[in-house]
Ligand binder design. Structure first.
Ligand SMILES: Nc1nc2c(ncn2[C@@H]2O[C@H](COP(=O)(O)OP(=O)(O)OP(=O)(O)O)[C@@H](O)[C@H]2O)c(=O)[nH]1
Ligand SMILES: [K+]
Ligand SMILES: [Mg+2]
Length: 365
């Protein structure tokens, strides 16, 4: 790739060395668009029979799903056995776990499905080991716990990030704030509401042409990079919160523990000595960002003992379905108290979006 980049640069120098810097940017942007296109094939489901079954198709259950991703023998199974009532075999040899093993963490009234998975290694995205199946399960999670061996330094983290990145999983990043709509005609209309330092209209056009898109509306609402723009065009990216969990801190120095604990999105633990597991749960809860809704009957106080737990972005309709299958069809209106409304209470319909710790009273027809 470096050679290709260099060749492209040389060609540019020959044609017009005055605008060499800008042109290089364009070519790099284009090159990245091409690369992203080739990598897209990695996202297609593997057709080999090994990809099917083998315990990987675990049913989604509970209020949220957390996947344990990590190199072999970092302590994933030990962790599952500690946090849930499921026992997953742990041993000192690598690749002890060969399938997906689900357990349930009960926390703050929520059932969180925790998935133990086989260890993955460099090349997992290309199908090394059970990499593809493991990554496919990771895509379905609400949060990924990347478990790392604290005694192995930073290598594992960088390698796994690269693997996940290469199949379109974006960790701890939000979706780029770009409006993009392919059209039937009219060419490319480009606008931005902010000053762009990494992309320009010309580069955006070149990238779109690379994807054979000649008519589209593009609006940058954020100073995004060419890669982020490509992510928006390609579309099948997954933006996922990730907690980096450094296990086995019983084996490293205090200074090292201190350093790892201060890294962003990181928690240090020892499964062996049961250290810092409560803090990890607190963090996990924060990263899951679940919405707790309390119900209230007419003339009564809200029931704060039994929350309805929903994923972010839940509507009144979701609440109805959770209470009873047929409630949405009998729904007249709801009264909502909390941060999702302007007034408390406010009369709302089925499409109203709920927020964490709202109280709802449903009125039937
Ligand atoms: N010192 C120490 N050892 C640990 C800790 N947690 C797990 N181990 C040990 O690490 C080894 C591997 O643990 P597993 O739970 O099997 O690791 P895994 O990540 O599930 O491994 P695979 O299934 O092979 O990918 C076992 O010998 C565990 O006893 C810890 O906190 N400290
Ligand atoms: K192991
Ligand atoms: Mg295991």
């Amino acid at each position: 790739m470096e050679q290709l980049g260099a060749a492209l640069c040389l060609a540019v120098v020959k044609i017009c060395w005055v605008c060499v810097i800008a042109a290089t940017e364009y070519h790099l942007g284009l090159l990245k668009a091409k690369l992203a296109k080739y990598r897209a094939q990695l996202l297609e489901p593997s057709k080999s029979p090994a990809a099917k079954g083998e315990g990987f198709d675990v049913m989604k259950s509970g209020d949220a799903r957390v996947a344990l991703i990590g190199f072999p023998s970092v302590g994933k199974s030990t962790f599952l056995s500690l946090m849930t009532s499921t026992a997953s075999e742990a041993a000192s040899y690598e690749f002890t776990t060969l399938t997906c093993i689900p357990g349930v963490i009960e926390y703050k009234g929520a059932n969180i499905q925790l998935l133990d998975l086989p260890g993955i290694i460099e090349g997992a995205a290309q199908g090394k080991g059970r990499g593809r199946q493991v990554i496919a399960v990771a895509r379905t999670a609400d949060v990924v716990i990347m478990m790392l061996d604290a005694t192995k330094g930073e290598v594992q983290r960088a390698l796994l990030e690269k693997e996940l990145e290469s199949v379109g999983i974006r960790l701890n990043k939000s979706k780029p704030n770009i409006y993009f709509k392919p059209k039937k005609g009219g060419g490319i209309s480009f606008n931005s509401t902010v000053t762009l330092t990494q992309c320009s209209e010309k580069l955006v056009q070149l990238i779109l042409h690379e994807y054979k898109i000649f008519n589209a509306e593009v609006l940058f609402r954020e100073d995004c990079s060419p890669d982020e723009f490509i992510d928006v065009i390609v579309g099948n990216r997954v933006y996922m919160p990730c907690l980096y969990v450094y296990n086995k801190i019983d084996q490293i120095s205090m200074e090292e523990v201190d350093r790892l604990a201060r890294r962003p999105h990181s928690v240090v633990i020892s499964c062996g000595m049961k250290l810092n597991l409560d803090y990890l749960l607190e963090k996990l809860w924060e990263y899951l960002a679940l919405t707790c809704i309390y119900t209230k009957k007419r003339g009564q106080r809200p029931d704060f003992t039994d929350a309805i737990i929903l994923r972010k972005g839940a509507s009144v309709e979701h609440v109805c379905h959770r209470i009873h299958r047929s409630l949405a069809s009998q729904f007249k209106y709801a009264l909502v108290w909390g941060t999702s409304t302007k007034y408390s209470p406010q009369r709302v319909g089925l499409t109203h979006m709920m927020e964490h710790e709202d109280v709802i009273q449903i009125v039937k027809k």
